[in-house]
Design a protein around this ligand. Structure first.
Ligand SMILES: Cc1cc2nc3c(=O)[nH]c(=O)nc-3n(C[C@H](O)[C@H](O)[C@H](O)COP(=O)(O)OP(=O)(O)OC[C@H]3O[C@@H](n4cnc5c(N)ncnc54)[C@H](O)[C@@H]3O)c2cc1C
Length: 381
């Protein structure tokens, strides 16, 4: 009988990093993924320093798949351009296909059984079993613990009856060569841009070695506005109109709803843990996997350990404060896009604060105190 301590569905950063962490402890893990790896993933490919550091501390070879380390940013507010240099690495650029493949290799090296290109046919929660189809053959496996790491797949959330979402952010990614206008500013810059008439929507460009990734992000539910702004964005930077951007949803959690039930835990986007203000999700995917790994180990050592309660509690303690602040900043940004954007880019102190925040030196709850203090000083002078 094919029985595993842990069955994980979904091999994005959340699923594969959890598989790796459990594999390191000699726990038997099967990782089931519907796509054939390496696969393309809609993403800007920006790893915050804090995410990079988590992976680097486990495997220094992450350096080999890092496309660029970026310290400079260009902010464009209603066509006003501000060039900034943090003089320290802000974001590490990667291709998601490279990163996800790298993390899978780390997991497989720790004896995790990885099955890609499979179709989940059924999850039987009474029997603790999964039936999946692998190359036209149906297979059945049993698990002690099931982990949902399936990203934004609402169907599977419904199947296990854990739906912790409040709303969805939406973002797009476009990949192509940089045109002359962007190249003029060198390929070493992140671009972050807002346009008049589109409050709450941000355009971005993240540079890679040979290409750039561009797109837009918003927590607003307005696909129409998004598409209109994208047109202005590609005109501004003269990006290739023939390459179509791809859109994807980022689920945002309602912290009153649980992300675990009985012997089922959710991690990463499947639990709605991405940041609703910045759209950053890889960090939360990695961190939730670290928490899940620790709690699963405790449970496997002691079956009286309340896995569901402890995991929910740890995630809520670590993230609910962050998410509440993130939602507040997102609200401010939608209401007052100009002043918020000005503060983070054109105002020197504001930009320093933003950089420390991106790196992970300052957390959301500290951010508000610092902003309040800085605004007082700015307006006093
Ligand atoms: C356009 C865009 C840009 C973004 N840019 C950034 C960025 O620059 N930095 C950042 O930190 N975050 C970014 N994010 C957010 C980030 O991509 C996600 O938060 C992150 O991928 C979450 O990781 P995950 O492992 O939880 O889910 P995912 O990475 O989505 O992985 C889920 C996996 O589950 C698999 N799966 C789904 N259904 C099934 C099934 N039925 N059976 C088996 N497998 C299944 C999928 O194929 C996938 O491989 C961006 C998101 C978008 C949409």
């Amino acid at each position: 009988m094919d029985k595993y301590n842990v069955a994980i569905i979904g091999a994005g950063p959340a699923g594969s990093f959890l598989a790796y962490k459990l594999g390191c402890e000699g726990i038997s893990v099967i990782l089931l993924e519907k796509q054939k790896f390496p696969r393309y993933k809609i993403c800007a490919g920006g790893l915050a320093k804090k995410s990079y550091d988590i992976i680097f501390s486990e495997n220094k070879e992450i350096e080999n798949i890092t496309q660029k380390k970026v310290s400079k940013a260009i902010y464009v507010r209603n066509k006003k351009i501000t060039i900034t240099d943090a003089k320290k690495n802000l974001i590490y650029m990667i291709y998601r296909s490279d990163l996800d493949n790298f993390l899978i290799k780390m997991a497989v090296d720790k004896n995790v059984e990885f099955k890609d290109n499979i179709i989940i046919k059924n999850i039987n929660q009474k029997e603790n079993s999964i039936i999946y189809k692998d190359k036209n053959l149906e297979k059945k496996i049993y698990y002690d613990i099931l982990v949902g790491a399936w990203g934004c797949n609402k169907k599977l959330n419904r199947l296990v009856n854990i739906i912790p979402f409040e709303s969805y952010a939406i973002s797009s990614s476009w990949e192509g060569r940089a045109g002359p206008i962007y190249s003029k500013y060198s390929n070493e810059n992140i671009i972050c841009q807002i346009f008049k008439g589109y409050p709450g929507i941000v355009g971005y460009i993240f540079p890679k070695k040979d290409k750039i990734t561009a797109g837009i992000f918003t927590s607003l539910n307005s696909t129409d506005k998004l598409k209109k702004m994208w047109k202005e964005f590609i005109d501004f930077w003269d990006l290739d109109k023939n390459i179509k951007p791809r859109y994807a949803l980022i689920p945002i959690r309602d912290f009153n709803k649980p992300i675990a039930r009985e012997n089922i835990l959710l991690v990463g986007d499947a639990a709605g843990l991405a940041d609703p203000f910045t759209g950053e999700g890889i960090y939360y995917a990695l961190k939730s996997s670290i928490f899940a790994s620790k709690n699963i180990q405790n449970y496997l050592k002691n079956k009286n350990y309340d896995l569901t309660y402890e995991y929910n509690k740890e995630i809520n303690t670590s993230f609910s404060n962050i998410q509440t602040w993130a939602k507040f900043y997102e609200f401010l940004f939608q209401r007052f896009p100009n002043i918020s954007f000005w503060f983070g880019s054109e105002c020197f102190i504001g930009n320093e604060i933003l950089n420390s925040f991106i790196i992970g030196e300052i957390k959301y709850n500290e951010l508000s105190k610092i902003i309040k203090y800085s605004l007082k000083r700015i307006f006093k002078n």
